[in-house]
Design a protein around this ligand. Structure first.
Ligand SMILES: Nc1ncnc2c1ncn2[C@@H]1O[C@H](COP(=O)(O)OP(=O)(O)OP(=O)(O)O)[C@@H](O)[C@H]1O
Ligand SMILES: [Mg+2]
Length: 217
């Protein structure tokens, strides 16, 4: 069991103005992995598309707690619930700058979930520049990467390191991510010994450390 810091709720916002890069997939998988480690986790879905609502309705477990919330209500919700959760993951929509701004303003860390393609990177760069201008702590998570480590992928990772801190680990393109969502699970539950589960554990541990929710060596 990990050393869990109670009473110091941390907020992670997953963001990227480009659609379909894997924000909701990363949100729910990190939330499930942290919940399985014993953290009290909430996922706040600020996207009217409702992907996480759909996933929650397919789900049979109580944790993580999933709620739909307008971004204007985030600060109030966090204040009211600050003793009830260790980690709150705020999933945001693409294309909606106001919601993204509301989310990152209450977050301890903005996670830019992006893909190693020129089009995704160009959008991620705009967000990264805004975050630097406004002193918003951020990190970059690469998603839907090729499942094998190629010279091309190493080059993309190095390119992103020039933009800012890159999360250790990546979420490769794997059907397990899609299949787990379809049955209301995270990959660590759906295929605990699979490669996707290993990826999510590495990424989750990095995030928990970065948020100082995990202090063990
Ligand atoms: N690592 C992955 N491997 C395979 N498929 C993935 C992966 N990540 C996401 N997907 C699939 O890609 C699609 C988009 O993912 P997701 O909904 O998580 O992205 P998003 O950034 O939240 O999208 P939106 O901008 O619409 O909110 C989904 O069908 C999802 O199942
Ligand atoms: Mg989404």
């Amino acid at each position: 069991m990990t050393e869990i810091g109670r009473g110091q709720m941390k907020v992670l916002a997953t963001v990227q103005q480009k659609g379909g890069t894997g924000k909701s997939t990363a949100s729910l998988n990190v939330a499930v992995a942290a919940a399985l480690q014993g953290y009290r986790v909430a996922v706040l879905d600020t996207d009217p598309q409702g992907s996480l609502q759909l996933w929650r309705n397919l789900r049979r477990k109580r944790w993580p707690c999933v709620e739909e919330l307008r971004s204007e209500a985030l600060a109030g919700w966090l204040a009211r619930n600050r003793l009830l959760f260790d980690l709150v993951v705020v999933d945001t929509p693409a294309h909606d700058g106001n919601t993204i701004a509301d989310a990152v303003n209450v977050a301890h860390l903005a996670l830019i979930v992006t893909q190693p393609t020129m089009l995704a990177t160009s959008v991620a760069m705009r967000l990264r520049n805004l975050f630097i201008d406004h002193d918003i702590p951020f990190a970059i998570l690469l998603s839907q990467t090729p499942p094998t480590l190629t010279a091309r992928l190493v080059q993309w990772t190095d390119n992103h390191r020039r933009l800012g801190t890159v999360v250790q680990g990546q979420l490769a393109y794997r059907f397990a991510y899609q299949d787990a969502i379809a049955v209301g699970m995270g990959v660590v539950e759906y295929e605990p010994d699979g490669r996707a589960a290993t990826e999510v554990q590495i990424v989750t541990e990095w995030i928990l450390r970065r948020l100082e929710l995990l202090n063990e060596p």
